[in-house]
Design a protein around this ligand. Structure first.
Ligand SMILES: C[S@@+](CC[C@H](N)C(=O)[O-])C[C@H]1O[C@@H](n2cnc3c(N)ncnc32)[C@H](O)[C@@H]1O
Length: 248
């Protein structure tokens, strides 16, 4: 059985190649690596693989930056939650863009991807305190002004888990709070070509809107962005969304 890092992605890329490319992009941001670090990094994460390999291709250039709500988000001053933060790339982007560090929390169910981010950016000591990990969602009602959900909805296959996820997002927002994020989807009418390696949930626009309303959100706005097709017949798109918890 080949080492995970030599296995091909379905579009011909390799894990080692993607890890190396991510180091290159992060290097442009000013991160430096000692001799031998690249080989050690690839050996470490190549051994067992990484939980969400396609996220590697946007490390260093996180999707949050291009989100239609992002510039308005940067003007907000209250507590911010990155719900399902993965490597923490979105959080680093917020810090680079001057968002107040004291207001930032990243939450995930495991340390796996967060640790990958620490090793890639070599910033564990600097930002470890911004992250919370737990298998139960630990935050109380009306804790945050803004919640971000980047590429999380499409990895949640279980319907009850998705409802719980969106209900939590609504519950922790203060009145007037905003949930924004992105997920892979399909324009209504498009069909997803059969593929056993894709994300487990690819919702049509109408379903995503229905889920947001069901969780209590109002005024959902969806913007469609192109998604890099991974195989012929791949008609997925990226939905950027934004929705509000009404003011009291
Ligand atoms: C594809 S990654 C995206 C990571 C990051 N948000 C980004 O934009 O790069 C999906 C992340 O969602 C997390 N996740 C999945 N289900 C979750 C849940 N129910 N609650 C919180 N996080 C969840 C996973 O652990 C993983 O880190």
């Amino acid at each position: 059985m080949p080492a995970a890092h030599s296995r091909s992605f379905r579009d011909g890329k390799t894990l080692a190649g993607e890890l190396r490319a991510a180091m290159g992009r992060v290097g442009v941001l000013g991160v430096t690596y000692p001799d031998g670090y690249c080989d050690e990094f690839i050996a470490k994460y190549g051994k067992d693989g990484v939980p969400y390999p396609h996220i590697l291709s946007i490390l260093g250039e996180p999707r949050i930056r291009g989100h239609f709500f992002y510039n308005r988000m940067l003007q907000r001053i209250g507590p911010f939650l990155d719900y399902g933060c993965g490597t923490g790339d979105n959080i680093r982007q917020l810090l680079r863009d001057g968002f107040s560090r004291e207001q930032i929390t990243g939450f995930d169910l495991t340390w796996e991807s967060i640790n990958l981010g620490f090793d890639l950016y070599r910033d564990r000591d600097a930002i470890r305190a911004l992250f919370v990990v737990n298998d139960m969602f630990p935050f109380g009602e009306e804790t945050f002004d803004t919640v971000y959900s980047g590429s999380v909805i499409h990895v949640i296959s279980d319907e009850d888990e998705l409802c719980g996820y969106l209900n939590n997002a609504w519950r922790v927002l203060r009145p007037g709070g905003i949930l924004f994020g992105s997920t892979l989807g399909l324009e209504d009418g498009d069909a997803c070509a059969p593929c056993n390696q894709g994300p487990p949930r690819v919702m049509p626009r109408a379903d995503l809107i229905r889920h947001l309303y069901a969780a209590g959100f109002t005024g959902p706005v969806l913007v469609t962005r192109p998604h890099e097709a991974h195989h012929p017949g791949d008609k997925k798109c990226v939905f950027e969304f934004c929705a509000k918890k009404v003011d009291k």
